[in-house]
Structure formats: structure tokens, C-alpha cells
Design a protein around this ligand. Structure first.
Ligand code: 16G
Ligand code: ZN
Length: 542
């Protein structure tokens, strides 16, 4: 490391005095004009991480569903996972170091993490469509180069595409080719094969699929791309499945601002359709978020009533489908669903009692769900907000591929074939709106389900999400996957007493990991009761 070069380049990316940021659940995220030094320093950190593992590391410049004026950055670990928690700590230290301490902090990280400064380092870089992203990723590059690292800049990509590239690179191509064509080809080949399987009389779901795919109207899907990167990447991918799915892109970013009155977060939070997408009764629609790692579905019924199909219903649909196939391949694979406290109570009840699939609840944040899901042969995880994917254990994947090649029993082999294509279609590195969308579309086609039938699997309990500003949100500490408050003393008892007043009720409070607020969630038998309970709990928090 050349201290003089570090000083010189760091001076070109000065830290605003007094600014302290934290690497939170979604990396660093704030107003774009405050992030230049963070970008430079995360370039440095990515090189250190790449040398410590050693492996290729990813850096994504995005602020997901935040307003267009914001930006952010996240590091991606070798197999496409979120950055290891011990390195989140280093990221925070490095981002907040004063100019004169930068060298010292780097040396400390190198010592603590046993970084070999002589190793090669390769960093994969990607960015979203925010106006600030291009310049900010140049600052990341400056950081990479100062420490002698190398980089490959993928330019405009979705967050999950970057995760995919990093995983491909570090598994020597076993997961796929680390190019955009590689991603499009892998996913679309699996999708087209699934749709084709649905047309064969050997399909495990025959004749459901036949009736579905013959209905031309069922092949149309309206996609709100939040005026973001999803629009660019989805239009690049469309030609790979010209007939199987007819995609209509809305909010493509040519007219309006990113995430403005549209996108998955807007639709989920406001429980209403995005602006800029005209919905006819019973048409199937979905929304991506700003970096295309989240998805929700919805439709309007004949009376004009809006129906949201969130991450919980997506997890349920996928679980029903996979459970049926797993029963046919008869391998005793262990399957489970991972949710957070925000999962609608009806979804948990349906999964446990009707579908008889074990459900686990973990803390909010993709990394917690992902980690838990890795314990099973088939781990389905989704947050209610539409973040999620499915993980297959190596053993299960190997067995499924073997059944496809060698199994003589038609029923078993055909079910394994569907599973094999699902494995290839699913982005197992992280939740991916494009991949999840194709998974859902394939399932609806194979099972011959309409969006209304999917929605009707269970009825959501009415719920309300509130946020309140308190003097210090850290006074609230939670346990039991954030479902119970342990501090301040007495708060949980108050919540328990309030919950008892209503039927089918549940409520919890937790400090946000991304905003300076406390979040309150309540559900109950009616919307009035859910609203009242949430309000009463919010008063107890003050
Ligand atoms: C982040 C998380 C998301 C979580 C949200 C909760 C990732 C990639 N993203 O956006 O999963 O739902 O934070 O925010 O982990 P909150 O702590 O403010 O409620
Ligand atoms: Zn996102």
C-alpha cells in the first residue's frame, strides 16, 4: 500500500466533517451528495475483503426503493450473499474514520481480518439508474485502484444480477456464466422448458397447464418497473421468451422519477396500484422496486376493489407447488418456510395447518432469512414486502439432477425435471424480482391458476403498519425474532393487555434498522380493530 497515493486520492473524496453513517441492513444509504467518501472507502474495503477471503467481491451502488435523490452502497460476499456481519463493522469504521486516521484504520482491519496485501483482488461493480450512480461508482473505482485491486464494471445491472455474477465467478462457472447473456440464457432456458413441460401429457400437473396456456389472455403480464433498472433489464430479456409470456412494461423511467408513486414499496405500503399503470379488471400485474430485488403482485376485481398479493402469498404459492413435486420424487427432503414477524397470521396458519410445512420466524432483513433457509433441503424465504427466494441444498440439487438423468419411473422423473428447471430459474443468491416473476408465472401456468385463484388460497388478516418518532429508538430491545419487547420495562405487558382486547389479534414494536423510527405492526379480525390496536400500541411506545 502506498500511503502517499492513499492520502492524495482520499483528499479528492473528503469526508464531510461530523458525518457518521452506519452500514445497516441495506448497506449505507443516505442523500447522494453525502456519499462520495463512502464510495471511495468501500472501494478500499472491497479490495481488503477480496484479499482476506480470498475471492471476487461485489459492490452495488443503489438505494433500492429510496427517493431518486438518495443513493447507497452494499458489498456482496463470494457466493452472492450479503456482506459478513464482522465486515459490516469494518465498513462502518472505515466510512467514519477522519482523514488523518484512514491509514491507521486500514492497517487495523488488515490485522484483525488477516488480510494478505500481496494477494490479487478482483471487484465486480454494478449500479442502478439514479443520476448520481455513475459518478459515485467512479469513486468506488478510485478506491479499488489505490489499493492495487482490479475491477470489472458491469455498469447498469439489477442488484440480484450483480449477486449472480459474483457467485458465478467464484464457483468457476458452476452456477452459470458471469455475463448478462449468461444470466438471461440460464433463466429463460429454464422458464421456456417449464412452460413446454406444461404442454406435455407427462407433466405432473397435466391437464391443468394445458387449459391455462391455451388461454391467450393468461399469457399477458403488466409490470411496473418503478422507473428503474428493472425496465432496462426486463426489456433486454423479453426476446428470450417471445411467446411464453407477453410482458408489458410500465414506468420504464423515460418519463417519471425513480420510485415516485410507483414500485413494489409504494404498492405494499399504500396498498394501492402504482401511478402510470392502467389496470383492467382481473388483469395480472406486478411491481418491482428500484433495484429489482423485490416484487409484489396485484389485481383489481370486477367491482374495482384492489387486491395485493404480497411476499407471504408468493411464498405460499411456491411452497404449495414445491411440496407437491417433492411428494412425487419421494426423497424425504426437508422443506421449510422462513418468515419474519411481519408475515400475515393467515399465511403462517395456512402453511402450518393446511399445507403442513414447518414455518420459522427470524429477524427482519434478508441476511437473517437467507441464513435460516440454508438449514433445509428446500428453504423458501420471503419477507411480506416481497424480498425472497428459495434455496436448495447441494445434496438435494445433486439428487434431483440425478433423478432427471436416471429415473425410470415416469412420474418421479417428470417431477424431478420440473424441480431441476425451478432450481435453474431461481436466483438462489438473493431475492430477484425478474427471477421470482418467472417462477410465479411458470407455477401459475403449470397449475392452471388465475391470479384470483391464487389470491383466494387464504384471506389476509386486516393489518396496520405505523411508524413513530421517539427520542431514542434504541431503548427498545426485542427478542423472539422481534415479536416481544424486553425493554423498556413494562412495554410488553402493556402490548399484551391491548392485544387481548381484540379477536385474532397480534402486535409488536421494533426499532427500524434503516430509519430513525420505531415500527408498529398490528393485525386483528377487522380493519377498524387493526387500526385501533396499532394506534393504542403507538401510544404505549411514547
Ligand atoms: C432493508 C432490508 C429488508 C428489510 C428492511 C427493513 C435487505 C437487503 N433489505 O431494506 O429486507 O425488510 O430493511 O427495514 O436486507 P426497517 O428495519 O427499516 O423496518
Ligand atoms: Zn431493493
Amino acid at each position: 500500500m502506498d500511503p502517499e497515493a492513499l492520502r492524495k486520492y482520499s483528499a479528492l473524496h473528503p469526508k464531510p466533517a461530523g458525518l457518521a453513517l452506519q452500514y445497516g441492513t441495506a448497506g449505507f444509504r443516505t442523500a447522494a451528495q453525502h456519499l462520495d467518501h463512502v464510495m471511495f472507502r468501500m472501494g478500499l474495503l472491497a479490495v481488503l475483503r477480496a484479499r482476506a477471503v480470498p475471492a471476487t467481491i461485489g459492490v452495488m451502488v443503489t438505494a433500492s426503493h429510496n427517493p431518486e435523490e438518495d443513493n447507497g452502497i452494499k458489498l456482496v460476499d463470494p457466493l452472492g450473499e450479503m456482506l459478513h456481519p464482522s465486515w459490516e463493522e469494518y465498513a462502518t469504521q472505515l466510512a467514519n474514520a477522519e482523514e488523518q486516521d484512514l491509514q491507521k484504520v486500514i492497517t487495523e482491519i488488515c490485522q484483525k481480518a488477516a488480510v494478505n496485501l500481496h494477494k490479487d483482488a478482483l471487484v465486480f461493480l454494478g449500479r442502478d439508474t439514479r443520476p448520481s450512480s455513475e459518478k459515485l461508482s467512479q469513486s468506488v473505482i478510485d478506491g479499488i485502484l489505490v489499493l492495487g485491486g482490479q475491477y470489472h464494471d458491469y455498469g447498469l445491472v439489477t442488484t440480484p444480477q450483480l449477486h449472480y455474477m459474483v457467485c458465478c465467478q467464484n464457483t468457476q462457472g458452476q452456477y452459470g456464466k458471469a455475463t448478462l447473456e449468461g444470466y438471461y440464457e440460464k433463466l429463460s432456458k429454464a422458464f421456456v422448458e417449464l412452460i413446454k413441460q406444461g404442454e406435455s401429457s407427462l407433466c405432473p400437473f397435466f391437464p391443468c397447464a394445458k387449459s391455462h396456456s391455451s388461454g391467450e389472455s393468461q399469457r399477458h403480464l403488466k409490470v411496473d418497473c418503478a422507473n428503474g433498472i428493472g425496465a432496462l433489464k426486463l426489456s433486454e430479456m423479453k426476446p428470450y421468451f417471445p411467446q411464453e409470456l407477453l410482458i408489458h412494461i410500465y414506468n420504464d423511467g423515460t418519463k417519471e422519477k425513480l420510485n415516485h408513486l410507483c414500485g413494489a414499496d409504494f404498492v405494499k405500503v399504500h396498498q394501492k396500484p402504482p401511478v402510470g399503470l392502467d389496470m383492467k379488471p382481473n388483469e395480472r400485474c406486478c411491481s418491482f422496486d428500484g433495484d429489482a430485488d423485490r416484487i409484489v403482485y396485484y389485481y383489481k376485481d370486477a367491482t374495482g376493489h384492489f387486491h395485493l398479493i404480497d411476499g407471504d402469498k408468493i411464498a405460499t404459492l411456491i411452497s404449495i407447488f414445491l411440496k407437491e413435486l417433492l411428494a412425487k420424487v419421494r426423497q424425504n427432503f426437508k422443506m421449510a418456510v422462513v418468515q419474519t414477524a411481519y408475515a400475515n397470521g393467515s399465511s403462517t396458519r395456512y402453511l402450518e395447518e393446511t399445507l403442513k410445512v414447518p414455518v420459522h420466524c427470524v429477524k427482519t432483513g434478508v441476511k437473517h432469512l437467507h441464513h435460516k433457509a440454508q438449514e433445509f433441503d428446500v428453504g423458501v424465504y420471503f419477507e411480506a414486502n416481497g424480498h425472497g427466494t428459495v434455496l436448495f441444498s447441494k445434496a438435494a440439487e445433486t439428487k434431483i439432477r440425478q433423478l432427471v438423468k436416471e429415473e425410470k419411473d415416469d412420474e418421479k422423473r417428470e417431477a424431478a425435471k420440473v424441480l431441476e428447471n425451478m432450481i435453474d430459474l431461481i436466483n438462489q443468491t438473493v431475492g430477484d424480482a425478474i427471477s421470482d416473476m418467472l417462477v410465479i408465472e411458470a407455477i401459475l401456468a403449470l397449475k392452471g391458476l388465475t391470479v384470483q385463484q391464487w389470491d383466494g388460497i387464504y384471506t389476509d388478516l386486516p393489518n396496520r403498519l405505523l411508524k413513530v418518532q421517539v427520542a431514542d429508538r434504541r431503548v427498545i430491545d426485542t427478542t423472539d425474532a422481534e415479536r416481544r419487547a424486553v425493554t423498556p420495562p413494562g412495554l410488553q405487558e402493556k402490548i399484551d393487555a391491548l392485544v387481548k382486547k381484540y379477536k385474532l389479534s397480534r402486535a409488536f414494536v421494533r426499532p427500524s434498522g434503516t430509519e430513525d423510527v420505531v415500527r408498529i405492526y398490528a393485525e386483528a379480525d377487522t380493519q377498524e380493530n387493526a387500526d385501533a390496536l396499532a394506534h393504542e400500541v403507538s401510544l404505549a411506545v411514547y
